[in-house]
Every structure is written in structure tokens, then in C-alpha cells.
Design a protein. Sequence first.
Length: 320
Amino acid sequence: MCSSDLLDAGREGAALLRESGDLWEVAGVLGFMEAAAVELGRMGLATEISNEVGPLAQRLGHTFVAGITHEPAQWAREFASNPDLTRFEDFAQRHLTIGVPLGFGHHSYTFLGYSAFLRGDWDEALRLMQEATRHSPEGSATAGADWGGYIQTLAYCAHSTRVLTVLDARRADMPHAGQPHGYGLWYLPLASVEALYVIGERARAAQLYPLVAEYAATGAVLTIFHPRLVQRSAGIAAAAAEQWDVAERHFTTALRHARELPHVLEAAETRRFYARMLLERDQPGDRDSARQILDQAITTYRRVGMPRHQEMANALRSQT
């Protein structure tokens, strides 16, 4: 079920549950609806649902909804517009105290790993992402962000062989085109595209473009548990295939989504990959455009406190 279908079914289900007075199940449905609204980029609707489900879950003592569905969705929405890494670390540590006892340690350690990755402590990020995979429940629809985060972090830590080994081992978990899948599995192709691109496996990254494009066609805008704009991933996959015009359309769409949501960090990340694509295409004016785009990304990385990302963007800028 895609996020838009979940919203439609959720509205109907929540109404019926309210009529029956089953507030516990109402809270459960609203929690999933809030996450779906964030994934669709409908931040106004997500805020509206959040304002209802948060107090309801607290009043009922519904720990699963409060800590596993509501707070991560709320965090994703707030962090998008105000990327405070200290507050993110606090959220991730808080999630750990709830997530592990409830069987969602794979989400908790993914949040912690992503926090370390953004801060530039990539060795710690890799350790935490590996811990996330140790907590990952096999065959669960909630798994995927853990393995995707691990694969991506391996790539940035230059463990190319391990990236390919893990990807080959998780091949059966990749979504199949045209078939319904659990939500978590979509994290694998999205993260794998970036990981393969980073380690120079362009042909394999390009092969994932149809899957990423299929997911984008469902209306999905943003992922929650390892945040990224879906259109950015599609742009990377198209760039890997040297489909420059297609890649540029995806990147400009991602920048529009980043502006509308807004999503500060994903705007910077999109600009970094967009600039890299422009440098590789190298048509008249591309280097000047890449320089301007990178200057904007570097400003964000510096302000937020992401030194490793700033280094990567500066290295690209030196090529302009």
C-alpha cells in the first residue's frame, strides 16, 4: 500500500473507529496517517494529524503510537525546516529507550547513525548503522532503512567491496517492479543508488532507476527513517546512466520539493549531486552553474555543522 492509499483508507477507518468509541485504534490509525502525510510532502496535513494524535496517544498511554509512529514523523517534519543536529541527537537517544524494548531498535540505531553521519563522525555512524542491522527483523515491512543506511555509510567510508557484498546478500529484499511491497523495502533502492554512485559503480546504480522512478510515481516525496527526497535519488540514478536531461528534471523537481516543504538539508544534498552531474555533463555554462549551486550547499553545511559534507562540496567546487 502506498502512502496515498494509506491516507484514504485511514480516513475511512478512523471515522468508523471513532463511531465505535475505540480511541486506542483511532490513535494507531492516525499515527500511520501522520507518517504517510509527511512522506507525501503534505506537511500541513501532517501537522493537523499530529496535533490530534500526539495528545491522544499521551492521554491513552499508547507508547507505540507516541514513540514509534508519531514522534519520528513529527521529528522528520520539524528537522526538515530546522536542522538542529543537537536536538536530533537528543531525539535519537530518546527513541532508543523506547524503540529497543518495543522491537524497533533498528529504527533507533538508524536515527543515531544518521545523526553521527551528519556530524561528520563517519566511523561512529558506521558502527551505529551496523548495530541497526543487528536489530533488523528479517522479513519485516519495518526493515529497510537500517540496511539502506548501513550500505550508504559503507560507501562514504570507502568500503566499496563491502557495499557490493552487502547488496548482493540483500538482493532478495529489493522491491520487484509492479508488485506491492512493505514500506521499508523501498529504502534499499533509494540508498543503494547513492551508495553505488559514490563508489563509482555507475552501471549498477543506473539499473535501479526504474525502481526509484516507480516509487516516485506513487507520489512519495520524502522518506522518514533515513531522510531523503525521492526525486534526488531518481536524479542520481539518471545521472549514473548519463541521462542528463532526465537527471536535471529530477534534481530541479527535488529542489522545488525542498523549497516547498521546506527541507533545508535535502536542498543542500540535492545541490551537491546536481552540481556533480553538471560537472560531468560539462556543457557550456555548466561549470558556472555548478559553482553557484555548490556555494549555496556549502553555506548550509557550514551553518548546520556538517564538516565532512562541506569538504565534499569544496572538493567539487575546486573542479569548477
